[in-house]
Design a protein around this ligand. Structure first.
Ligand code: MEV
Length: 312
């Protein structure tokens, strides 16, 4: 049996503006992950695949799955990449602890873990860059115009400074810091949020381009601050990025409730993370006040919190 994993991710700065060419910063979240297992399935016909993904209620043969089922599409893409046809039948089991549709990269991590498990099982090594490109192809199927930041950070598993269309820049964290990730419990529909911003931009390019540029500036400044380990300066940058995301129209009542709670519990900075309109809020906290911030966010409706140490 072959097992491979891929982590979750959060965007620290620059979501949405990154689709329009501005920089963004994302980090892996190792506290949650996807594990994909591949093993031989004796007795079945050659070249067939039995799929098990209990977290999304999927169990059946690949050739009987609807072709647009996301996991089926991933498997087809991987089979094409490796030009696999007449192989010993296999069972693919996917298990995830990454909350779905919450901005934590669950779909991307499934794709990357499956690609890795196949590559190992069939002894066909695939460079990280190619893994990322394949995961990008799946992102395109899901939401049309992805920037590529999600597949990049999930594949490279390092803090990434990312500008669309240029090679990703992994960078070092000067001093580790603690983030509370709090889930509103409301799904974050990436494609809807991205389309909403696109329509708004088409209607008023000047205003939205100024917002994108200002968001990009927070990401540029944040990179320096993170590299120098000036954790205290990160909080105000997160708050500023959040104000700009609100101006873009991707916040919502549930996000605002968690943000207010984190602020009242003395988080150092707080913003939504990912596409917004639901999904997750991230709060920068001193490690000794993490519990207080988590409790406050639970009290304001968070269905789950995850504590992550960035750079440790
Ligand atoms: C989604 O995780 C991040 C967005 O910026 C979309 C993208 O970059 O493709 C909203």
């Amino acid at each position: 049996m072959t097992t491979a994993t891929a982590p979750g991710k959060i965007i620290l700065f620059g979501e949405h503006a990154v689709v329009y060419g501005e920089p963004a910063i994302a980090v892996p979240v190792r506290e949650v992950s996807v594990e994909a297992e591949v093993d031989d399935l004796r007795g079945a016909s050659p070249g067939t695949i039995f799929l098990e993904a209990p977290d999304i209620g999927l169990r059946g043969w690949l050739h009987e799955a609807p072709p647009d089922q996301p996991l089926a599409r991933t498997l087809q893409l991987v089979l094409d990449e490796f030009d696999l046809h007449e192989f010993t039948p296999i069972r693919v089991h996917v298990h995830s602890t990454i909350p779905i549709a919450a901005g934590l990269g669950s779909g991307t991590a499934v794709t990357v873990a499956v690609i890795r498990a196949f590559a190992e099982h069939f002894r066909l090594p695939l460079p990280l860059q190619r893994q990322s490109e394949l995961a990008y192809e799946i992102e395109v199927l899901h939401h049309g115009t992805p920037s590529g930041i999600d597949n990049t950070v999930v594949t490279f598993e390092r803090p990434i400074y990312f500008v669309r269309g240029t090679p990703p820049e992994p960078f070092d964290i000067g001093s580790p810091f603690t983030i509370v990730i709090a889930d509103t419990g409301k799904p974050s529909p990436t494609s809807q949020a991205v389309q909403k911003v696109r329509r708004a931009w088409e209607a008023d390019r000047e205003r939205y381009e100024a917002l994108f540029e200002a968001i990009g500036q927070t990401a540029r400044e944040a990179r320096g601050v993170i590299e120098r380990g000036q954790v205290r300066d990160l909080g105000p940058l997160m708050d500023h990025n959040q104000a700009l995301l609100e101006a873009l129209g991707v916040s919502c009542e549930e996000i605002q409730a968690l943000i207010a709670a984190a602020r009242s519990a003395k988080a150092l900075g707080v913003k939504l993370s990912g596409a917004g309109l639901g999904g997750n809020v991230i709060a920068l906290v001193r490690s000794e006040s993490a519990k207080r911030v988590e409790d406050a966010m639970h009290g304001a409706g968070a269905v789950r919190t995850i504590l992550t140490q960035v750079g440790r």
